[in-house]
Design a protein around this ligand. Sequence first.
Ligand code: ATP
Length: 891
Amino acid sequence: MNWYQMETDKVEETMNTDIQTGLSDKAVRERQKQYGFNELKEAERPSALLVFLEQFKDFMVVVLLAATLISGLLGEYIDAIAIIAIVLINGFLGYFQERKAEKSLHALKELSAPQVNVLRNNQWVKIASKELVIGDLIKFASGDRIGADLRIVETKSLEIEESALTGESLPVSKKVQPIHSENISLGDQENMAFMGTMVTRGSGIGIVVGTGMDTAMGQIADLLQSAETMITPLQRKLEQLGKILIVVALLLTLLVVVVGVIQGHEIYEMFLAGVSLAVAAIPEGLPAIVTVALSLGVQRMIKKKSIVRKLPAVETLGCASVICSDKTGTMTQNKMTVTHLWSGGETWQVGGTGYEPQGGFYKEEDEVDPKQIKSLHQLLTFGSLCNNAQLLIKDKEYVIDGDPTEGALLVASLKAGLSKEQLASQFKIEHEFPFDSSRKMMSVIVKDNVGNRYVITKGAPDVLLNNSESILWENKQQYLTEKYKSNVKEAIEKLASGALRTIAVAFKPLPENKQIGSEFEVEKDLTFIGLQGMIDPPRPEVKLAVKECKDAGIKTVMITGDHVITAKAIATQLGILPRGGKVLDGYALSSMTVEELEDIVDDVYVFARVSPEHKLKIVKAFQKNGHIVAMTGDGVNDAPAIKAADIGIAMGITGTDVAKEASSLVLLDDNFATIKSAIKEGRNIYENIRKFIRYLLASNVGEILVMLFAMLLGLPLPLVPIQILWVNLVTDGLPAMALGLDQAEDNVMKRNPRSPKEGVFARGLGWKVISRGFLIGIATLIAFMIVYHRDPNNLGYAQTIAFSTLVLAQLIHVFDCRSERSVFHRNPFQNMYLVWAVISSLLLMLVVIYYPPLQPIFHTQFIDPRDWLLIIGLAALPTFLLAGSLLSRKK
Ligand code: ATP
């Protein structure tokens, strides 16, 4: 017998589970042991050895190894062994970098893995979908991705889109009853839900009947290819640039070699020098360091509560010029408390704060008993019946399980002494039409003890008012005349202008035997009961974050389903809506074309009463006007806009799987201020990458030029091959990595966003690379020439001087690279990684120079202390000359 043919209690029995309590920990452990994790098998990752060997496939490294082999054969053993050692160390470094980047990306994937709501030991808990076992009961709702194969045991207007399995893109509505036919296709198994499919509407509960490779998905997906690590725009540009740089470096190297040979150097000597120079000058390590910098940046972002799901977003973040953000929960705390009630022209205040069900009801100054006032009593009762929230106590604090808006209504009714249990004994809920942001309503059909049936609807007041034909006024049902309507509207506006979120409650009787139709038929001809107004305080940190964004040239736009006046009041409090700024509502937005919206969108700061469908239009209009748009969202209907935005942002707590999957960034705390921190980090990561590109390339330019100029001047080689390789490995590697970890400059959030079109060398970087590189080369050459002319018979000494000048010049220059302005703008001790990297590079250089056993290997000699003055003076020149001239120009 198939699962879909069984009654649910049979499934429960076969699976040896209990629908009321779920599985026990012991049962879960046993099943996990037997069936393993609920995962689809992934393709094997390349072995460590392979990754290590990959480091040597670089063409120039192969040439270098071949050249070394030749020099080994010619009897130059020391050189050959030293070069091979350096190449090996380089390979290990590359290997560790790659593994680190890969590991952190993998950890990231785990972090953003989907979670499920499961019943275990009689409690609903959230666990990673990977932990599911057969027999588990899971609860799911609109926007969730189903985590395993399930036999459905409860549905509320449940619809699931199964195109991933069946190819059918229209959602299928699901039911609980068994199906008695044999051999039906997946698409017809209407009481089953399958792994990987998506809930588009309603909610349900199911028993897990298949996990991992035993699911329908597992059977069609042979091996899930692990998702490719996506490459960022900068990485792509660097790849192209890398190719150009290789050609340039090779040509220059060739020039050095040819000139050297013409000047009378030995061909063999020039060959090895040329190859070493080429290896040193080609920035083959650059892409790897960029990946490491990106992935380390991504880790820092996790600490600041944002998860990057797509690596390119790290860069795009730095270009963002508009943030479109939801209000509720993102800019506000989503901790709602009903403070005002209105019905039939009367207003009451509710005491108490937060979710603690303590507080009185007041009319003006006088306390009243809500149970004695019929309309008030009904408003509270119905608000609590049309409600899925639960009040729990966690760590001695009252918390809401469910929608905070509903939580507030629940707490208000509890303050009046109307408990859920008491209401449940009086009213039986027959059916529910769940809330959705497009309808802005939710309804239940209830039957009371006496046998009366009602529809109870709650939702956005303006929407409910339109769907009502009568109103409760002075405890009587009255026809909803224009006069009453304007009374209600006035009340809504009064509550909303105090930044209150308002929910209206309405009802209508439903004859005993009337069939329940669609929500459209049910939610009309209602009787309007009244309003509940709730505060949702802004998050305290948002105001400052909005201001920082403004200083950084980024516009903040509020997008909300809430009432225009409520939205306006909160936007003004948060400094989002400037004087003269426009507020646009969903009704106006619906009637506009994208082109019409484009014309005014730059002046709009608040979009209110919008449906998720409008968000796409807003993204497109901003993009057409040349903006890079970040857009937040949480529901299924937000996914298209999240996808279309340059940076799609999903909420980590309230966001659905679908929204998260569409996004490139997930906010772990749902907080607007986190978007700002992510943008700041995004800008910083990009700047850090620029810093070490500048450092590495300027160093390479310096190395090539010193050799080239020496050859042109008919001088001997200022550096021997092993010295060149050493500079490339030791002097360049560690400090470059440390630059990748640098802190942001104090003005990162004071500049306008970067243009996404800008090239690698934009904003003066190219000039800095060439000018600093040129000066480093010249300084090294001068040091070499002075010492060589002093004693032409001791070439080795002059080479040692050139070597140390080059190393020192680069190690000083690295501090200049930390600032877009000049070396004087930053405290060098702020980045202690860099200080330690520089100190260790310096010590290593001293070891190579002063440790006698290494001297023959590196062709070095003891340096006379007096010559250090020359070295330090010349090495400091490239950095301080230009920085000094910049400074004096400013004065
Ligand atoms: P944001 O888009 O900033 O998150 P929002 O939460 O107000 O704002 P929606 O969730 O789309 O946006 O809600 C729109 C309106 O629907 C609300 O202003 C409220 O009047 C009404 N509403 C919200 N939640 C419920 C609910 N659970 N039941 C009935 N009506 C609701």
